[in-house]
Design a binder for this molecule. Structure first.
Ligand code: FPP
Length: 236
């Protein structure tokens, strides 16, 4: 464990293993500065890059980021295209660094709905980092919880009984440790169709900070608070 990892919690067994983030507020960040929304998303990618570096330094096991929801298709075509462009550029510019830094990339959601060039890049990135054992970076792409649960339930039904366990085994996150902490930036306090099943016993942490201003220090603050919370899972 690195020195900074140790500083994120006195009782190491209570440290969060899996943190997810709803990266919200790119548009408002840009609006406040009279800049185009696209620039807010661009700065959002920079925050994402910094946070992945920070998560690795903190020794976080899994970081899951909500990058594109099943509802985001409803945004104007130009914005959807900006987000796709940013995604492509991010993979092209950052894949080497992630691969060298032992980041294992995973995707949840049905990214096959994206254009073939994006799908190809995503698959290249998944294959290139598949054997890495450091921090797992899970990117939610064309992801929605309701869609995920419906897909999992139909697979469970094909195989026999629908139970909590058989659904859980078919979720996109089945191979990941349980979600410990869910963070949302920008002052909004909703799940917005993100990890609703997985959040059943997760701790929630909200901040007014807009996503482009979110730094690894904010993540550290959330992780420190997580350690101090008492989790009872419905027991006492
Ligand atoms: C919310 O801001 C953010 C998103 C809808 C997308 C998040 C995407 C990124 C950080 C960059 C693209 C992702 C990758 C993987 C490169 P908002 O537009 O809803 O902000 P607002 O609520 O202030 O309008």
């Amino acid at each position: 464990m690195s020195a900074s990892a140790a500083s994120t919690g006195a009782a190491s067994d209570r440290r969060a293993r899996h943190v997810a983030i709803i990266m919200d507020g790119n548009g408002r960040w840009a609006k406040k500065r009279h800049l185009p929304r696209a620039l807010g998303h661009q700065r959002g990618v920079e925050a994402l890059r910094n946070l992945v570096r920070g998560a690795r330094e903190l020794g976080l096991e899994v970081l899951t980021l909500y990058a594109f929801s099943t509802e985001n298709w409803r945004r104007p075509e130009e914005e959807v295209s900006d987000l796709m462009g940013l995604m492509k550029r991010f993979i092209l510019s950052d894949l080497d660094e992630m691969a060298d830094n032992d980041i294992c990339l995973k995707v949840i959601g049905d990214y096959h709905a994206f254009s073939s060039d994006v799908v190809e890049l995503i698959e290249k990135a998944l294959a290139r980092t598949a054997d890495n054992t450091g921090t797992t970076l899970v990117v939610a792409l064309n992801y929605g919880s309701m869609d995920e649960i419906a897909r999992a339930a139909s697979k469970a039904a094909e195989n026999g009984a629908i139970t909590v366990d058989t659904i859980a085994a078919e979720l996109d996150t089945a191979s990941l440790p349980p979600l410990d902490l869910l963070i949302r930036t920008s002052g909004e306090q909703r799940l917005s169709n993100f990890l609703m099943w997985q959040a059943a016993y997760a701790e929630l942490w909200f901040t007014d900070v807009l996503w482009p201003d979110f730094t690894p220090d904010h993540l550290r603050e959330a992780l420190d608070e997580f350690v101090s919370r008492e989790r009872r899972y419905g027991g006492r």
